[in-house]
Structures are given as structure tokens and as C-alpha cells.
Design a binder for this molecule. Structure first.
Ligand code: SF4
Ligand code: FES
Length: 243
């Protein structure tokens, strides 16, 4: 539950600390600070690092929800620290933990290698600049932006399936695959064989957490539903979802 507050407040930032061979097992550490109305959680981390503990590890780059590097769990929910305002959070204690399902490297930094390994280099998954002012072609009522993914990993962290079955391609990769399918009819056989394969769509249990946490409205669950419909239509859908 969140409320929008315009006033400053004193908060406790509770961070799960971890350093290989130094802080093991991970443990929480509290930092108190005064948050001005516009302060983001990333600003708070930078203030803590500057003024209280320069060993604190976290990632960031753009500061404006473009690079995807600052994603972590804020009070248990995947969010971007750079666009989450401290004063918008109802709680006075803000708990920060790294993304789930990734190997920890230190504090809020995780190893994202496995997130990228299933993207094919042949896919044009890096978005082109969209031009939403263009008129859609005849017969199309409006454009829907499908290429907003900033590869933040939030959907993977929130997906309950990826935690119990690390073979699942996951919401971001399946979304990228679906985008590729829409662009490239020549590749459709190969792409559908991946989507309908052992690691693909049939493992999704429709929790829809991916769409709930995605900060850039990719709505990965819709892409997976698109793939499901297409696989059904072409009789390529695997029938059973394993428990
Ligand atoms: S689909 Fe959304 S949540 Fe998943 S990696 Fe892309 S931007 Fe992040
Ligand atoms: S710092 Fe780039 S998305 Fe947050």
C-alpha cells in the first residue's frame, strides 16, 4: 500500500548486505536518513554510500528508467530504484534486497549473465526508436509499443516458475521472441519451435507477476499468451504444464 506524500521524512533504509568471504551469510543493515520529497531510492543509496558506508554495492547508470541496471526488490517488490521516490512509499522502513533468482555478487548487485544467454544474437531485440506519431497503416487502429524492454530482470525475479525451473526461457526472452516473430515471417518456424519447445511457453503457469512488475509496460504475459494462441493454432502447443 502506497501513498503519495509531498513532505520530507526520516526513514530507515534496510539493506541486505552480502560480500563474498566477508559478510556471509547475508544480513540486514539499517541506515537512517532524511528524505526530501523528490529523493529517489537510488538517491538514498548514493547518499548512504557518500556519507555513511562507501562499501555499499548497487548498480545504476541512467537515473531515468532507461538502462535497467538499478532494478532490485523494494519492500519485496521488483522496482527501479531510480524512479521510486522514497516519500511515495508508505513505509518508514524501506527494505532493499537484490533481484531474486540471480547469483549475488555483493549487496544489491547480482550476476545477470544467465539473463542474457537465451537471447539469440540474430534477434533484433534491442529496440529501435519508436515513432508513435506515425499514422498506422489502413486496417490497424493503433500502434502498440512492444519493444520497451530495458532488460532490467525484474520479470525474471518476480516469476515463480524461473525459481523452480531454471530451464524456463522466462518472460523477457519469450517477449523478445514474440517481437521477433512479428517482424520476421521467414524465421517463424525456428522461433515457434523455440517457443513451443521444452523450455518454452508450456512452462508458464500464468502467474502474471511479470506484467505486474515490468516498469516499462512490456506486459510479458501478453506476449506469452500471444505465443500460446499461435502454437495452439498451429497445433504445436505442448499440452501438459508440469507441476
Ligand atoms: S520485460 Fe519488463 S521487467 Fe522484463 S526485463 Fe524487460 S523491462 Fe524488465
Ligand atoms: S539507473 Fe537506469 S534504469 Fe534506473
Amino acid at each position: 500500500m502506497e501513498s503519495i506524500q509531498s513532505t520530507s521524512k526520516t526513514v530507515t533504509i534496510r539493506i541486505l548486505r552480502y560480500k563474498p568471504n566477508r559478510i556471509e551469510p547475508p544480513r540486514y543493515q539499517d541506515f537512517s536518513l532524511h528524505a526530501e520529497p523528490e529523493m529517489s531510492v537510488l538517491d538514498a543509496l548514493e547518499k548512504i554510500r557518500l556519507e555513511q558506508d562507501n562499501t555499499l554495492m548497487y548498480r545504476h547508470s541512467c537515473h531515468h528508467s532507461s538502462c535497467g541496471t538499478c532494478a532490485c526488490r523494494i519492500n519485496g517488490k521488483e522496482r527501479l530504484t531510480c524512479i521510486t521516490r522514497v516519500t511515495d512509499l508508505a513505509e518508514d522502513t524501506i527494505t532493499l534486497t537484490p533481484l531474486a533468482g540471480f547469483e549475488p555478487i555483493g549487496d544489491l548487485v547480482v550476476d545477470v549473465t544467465h539473463f542474457y544467454k537465451d537471447y539469440s544474437e540474430d534477434w533484433s531485440y534491442i529496440r529501435r526508436s519508436e515513432n508513435t506519431s506515425s499514422q498506422p497503416p489502413a486496417g490497424i487502429s493503433h500502434f502498440t509499443r512492444f519493444e520497451n524492454c530495458i532488460e532490467c530482470g525484474a520479470c525474471l525475479s518476480a516469476c515463480p516458475i524461473t525459481h523452480k525451473n531454471d530451464t524456463f526461457l522466462g518472460p523477457a526472452v519469450l517477449s523478445a521472441l514474440n517481437n521477433e516473430l512479428k517482424k520476421s515471417s521467414q524465421k517463424s518456424e525456428d522461433l515457434l519451435s523455440i517457443a513451443g519447445g521444452e523450455r518454452g511457453e508450456h512452462l508458464c503457469e500464468r502467474a502474471v507477476n511479470c506484467s505486474r512488475v515490468c516498469p516499462t509496460k512490456v506486459y510479458p504475459a501478453r506476449h506469452i499468451a500471444d505465443l500460446r494462441r499461435l502454437l495452439e493454432k498451429k497445433n504445436l502447443k505442448k499440452t501438459a504444464n508440469p507441476e
